[in-house]
Design a binder for this molecule. Structure first.
Ligand code: URP
Ligand code: ZN
Ligand code: ZN
Length: 460
């Protein structure tokens, strides 16, 4: 059935106008004013509301065996939570460990998502070792529609690669036109500092940050950039958390390294005092890189506002309270991660745009358009244009609410942003022209999401 969205304020990363959007066969076919609704067309009145392109979360974990347990979401729960928050596409980290076969891992991750996601999705393919058969396997995965890799410089012996493996991965990525995303922390330093703290009987979650200080992340970021420079590959730093790492990334960009920067919503709004709360309350906030001193947030917001930080993701990675307690005797055993897939857009709108330094264009760019461009989804995703997929968020700016685990949709028993006030909410969300959320309720088709095939390209 055709759909006409009338009288909304349509906002993209570079335009803003009042008008109508006509959708047929999953695609936006007309934009204009006073468009006709042929018989049988569903009409939605968006007066007083914004219409944004569907938001894209470039960094989530859904299926994830990690730290002796599994992240809690399924593709059904994560995608419904995503849609409730206005995210219509996510890119999941496909993370087989060093002990797993990469191709088998890729097939496994695909099978977990297929037929279960209510929104569209893709994967970044993690390269967690580099063996003789790795190039052949990666070429096959790229041919299947995956145009980004992921490497971890931390999590030694599990996901982590050494410098030789990083060099080999980036050399191949350069040849294939694949963008390599990287978790940048020095694995050796993290391991040594963890052991030293534990030996001093410093076992609580408040010691997680001192075990991975800002300098450890800055070193990883600078090293990744140096390897990009010397291989000619293009890179993307994930979940950047602090000013020294930002400086390292910007210094590299200024000397011509092809590097994009992501930060994630927790680092803009939460600080290390959350992880210093006692017992499991602190454990809920253990993630890597860790929550930092509050002073870093100013630098992150400024860099986001001026576009030096390209994207805001979540690093959605839900472990429940029982799982967090696995680390009650040693902070090194606390499963790392925090959920956020549902909360990201409302938080960024409220604290980035409404009360913060972003204009509405940069808000759309950081939460949707820039990720679409970097990861080969634009203009199919990330904008509102004739010919684009009809992934749309009708956002009601008049709504006022509060985030809570009592009302969220992810499969987790806590919300990292419990009690945060939010302004506005997605009242209607469409995925390829089908209404999946209406009046803040999921009303959609559970298995509607499709895996998006992405072509390699050479980001400049
Ligand atoms: O703490 C985090 N970030 N957990 C998920 C794994 C990762 O490093 O992205
Ligand atoms: Zn990471
Ligand atoms: Zn992650």
């Amino acid at each position: 059935m055709a759909l006409l969205i009338r009288n909304g304020e349509i906002v993209t990363a570079n335009t803003r106008f009042n008008g109508d959007i006509y959708i047929e066969d999953e695609i936006i076919t007309r934009l204009g004013r006073d468009l006709e609704a042929p018989p049988g067309t569903e009409v939605i009145d968006a007066s007083g509301k914004y219409v944004f392109p569907g938001f894209i979360d470039p960094h989530v974990h859904v299926y994830l065996p990690f730290m002796a347990t599994f992240a809690k979401d399924t593709h059904e729960t994560a995608s419904i939570a995503a849609l409730m928050g206005g995210t219509t596409t996510f890119i999941e980290m496909c993370c087989p460990s060093r002990n797993d076969d990469a191709l088998e891992g890729y097939q496994l991750w695909k099978s977990k998502a297929e037929g279960h996601s209510a929104c569209d999705y893709s994967f970044h393919m993690s390269v967690t070792k580099f063996e003789q058969n790795t190039p052949g396997q990666l070429r096959e995965i790229v041919k299947d529609g995956i145009s980004s890799f992921k490497i971890f410089l931390s999590y030694k012996n599990f996901f982590g690669v050494d410098d030789a493996e990083m060099f080999q991965t980036l050399t191949l990525a350069r040849e294939l036109g694949v963008l390599t995303t990287a978790h940048c922390e020095n694995a050796e330093l993290v391991g040594r500092l963890q052991q030293r703290l534990l030996a001093e009987d410093k076992i609580g979650p408040e010691w997680h940050e001192p075990s991975r200080p800002e300098s450890v992340e800055a070193e990883g970021t600078a090293r990744f950039a140096t390897f990009l420079e010397n291989t000619g590959a293009a890179g993307y730093v994930v979940h950047l958390s602090c000013e020294p790492a930002l400086q390292a990334a910007l210094t590299a960009k200024w000397r011509g390294v092809r590097l994009a920067i992501e930060s994630v919503i927790p680092h803009f709004l939460l600080d290390k005092t959350y992880a210093e709360r006692s017992g499991v309350e602190g454990m809920k906030y253990v993630m890597s890189p860790p929550l930092r001193e509050k002073r870093n947030q100013r630098a992150l917001w400024d860099a986001l506002a001026n576009g030096s930080i390209d994207t805001v993701g979540t690093d959605h990675c839900p472990f429940d309270v029982e799982q967090k307690r696995l680390g009650k005797d040693a902070f090194t055993q606390i499963p790392n991660g925090i959920p956020g897939i549902e909360e990201r857009v409302q938080l960024l709108y409220t604290y980035g745009f409404s009360r913060g330094p972003l204009d509405l264009y940069r808000f759309v760019d950081a939460a949707s358009t820039r990720a679409a461009k970097l990861f080969g989804l634009f203009p199919r995703k990330g904008t509102i244009a004739e010919g684009s997929d009809a992934d749309l968020v009708i956002y009601d700016p008049a709504y006022r609410g509060m985030l809570s685990a009592k009302t969220h949709h992810g499969n987790n028993d806590y919300c990292g942003f419990e009690g945060f006030v939010v302004e506005g909410r997605p009242s209607v969300v469409t995925v390829r022209g089908k209404v999946q959320v209406r009046d803040g309720q999921f009303v959609g088709e559970r298995g509607r999401g499709r895996m998006l095939k992405r072509e390699p390209f050479h980001f400049r």
